[in-house]
Design a protein around this ligand. Structure first.
Ligand code: TMP
Ligand code: ASP
Length: 246
């Protein structure tokens, strides 16, 4: 099947109907802007199932997303969107690049959730960008930018709660939004901003309640070991929240 696009962790194929695309989740993992590469066995299946479950949950809670349905273990069907070239990061505790940039220890609770933007541009290393600069560059307009912030904060509140019920603390995460532009989209939805891409252990930091154990891609980025096991455990808690961990 002809690929529409291949990224570091996913491949996009044409969907069965116009205005839809198929997303295939790969086991390939990269970090540090592609400098570190490996395969994480089972990652594609975990990320597809976790993302599908989270998109369904968020849709049920009134968040518009690109998600249509899960197609198989490692594929989902989504609405075709034009991706807004911003990575939208929400932080509840200090970690990662925030801690490095400002010289603060990881794990400090922030007084309120922070929304940051990076420009989606691998050649530039996805630099941090201010909302005003994104407006000046025409990447979004004012109402799109406020809608993105509003949705990002709502999603944060919903996901924090979702993971707390699974004894995982949502430290931070990255979202991408898209615009529904395809002529197959209903007229009242055309141009609407929807949540797109994925939400998975690749794109979130999740720390286990009590132990503080990292249950996300930091295990790969930082060579902590137990990478596959952490991904499987996140999937298990997403699918079967009521079963205590072993
Ligand atoms: P950061 O602290 O490295 O900026 O990462 C913040 C969050 O964003 C973290 O949960 C990991 C996620 N993230 C991505 O999904 N993709 C990326 O390319 C980067 C750098 C971070
Ligand atoms: N996925 C990004 C990259 O390849 C970065 C990351 O998640 O750490 O570099």
């Amino acid at each position: 099947m002809e690929k529409l696009y291949e990224g570091k962790a996913k491949i996009i194929y044409p969907g069965p109907a116009s205005g839809t695309v198929r997303v295939f989740f790969k086991d390939d993992a990269t970090a540090f802007n592609g400098q570190k590469r490996a395969q994480i066995a089972g990652k594609g299946v975990v990320n597809n199932q976790v993302s599908s479950a989270l998109f369904r949950y968020l849709e049920d809670q009134g968040i518009p997303t690109h998600f249509i349905r899960q197609l198989s273990e490692n594929e989902m069907l989504v609405k075709e969107v034009q991706i807004v070239p911003l990575e939208v990061i929400v932080r509840n505790r200090t970690a990662g690049s925030f801690s490095r940039r400002y010289g603060v220890e990881e794990g400090r609770e922030l007084p309120y959730p922070l929304v940051e933007f990076s420009l989606k541009n691998d050649a530039l290393g996805d630099p941090l960008i201010e909302g005003d600069a994104a407006l000046a560059l025409g990447l979004v307009n004012g109402s799109e930018l406020s809608r993105i912030k509003e949705l990002a904060l709502k999603i944060n509140a919903l996901l924090k709660d979702y993971f707390a019920q699974r004894k995982l603390e949502l430290i931070d995460f990255k979202l991408e939004f898209g615009k529904l532009l395809h002529s197959a989209a209903p007229t009242d939805e055309r141009g609407a901003i929807v949540l797109a891409d994925e939400i998975s252990p690749d794109t979130m930091r999740l720390w286990e309640f009590g132990t503080g154990e990292k249950m996300d891609k930091d295990r790969f980025r930082r060579d902590l070991g137990g990478v596959e096991e952490a991904y499987q455990e996140v999937l298990r808690r997403v699918l079967w929240p009521e079963q205590p961990s072993t």
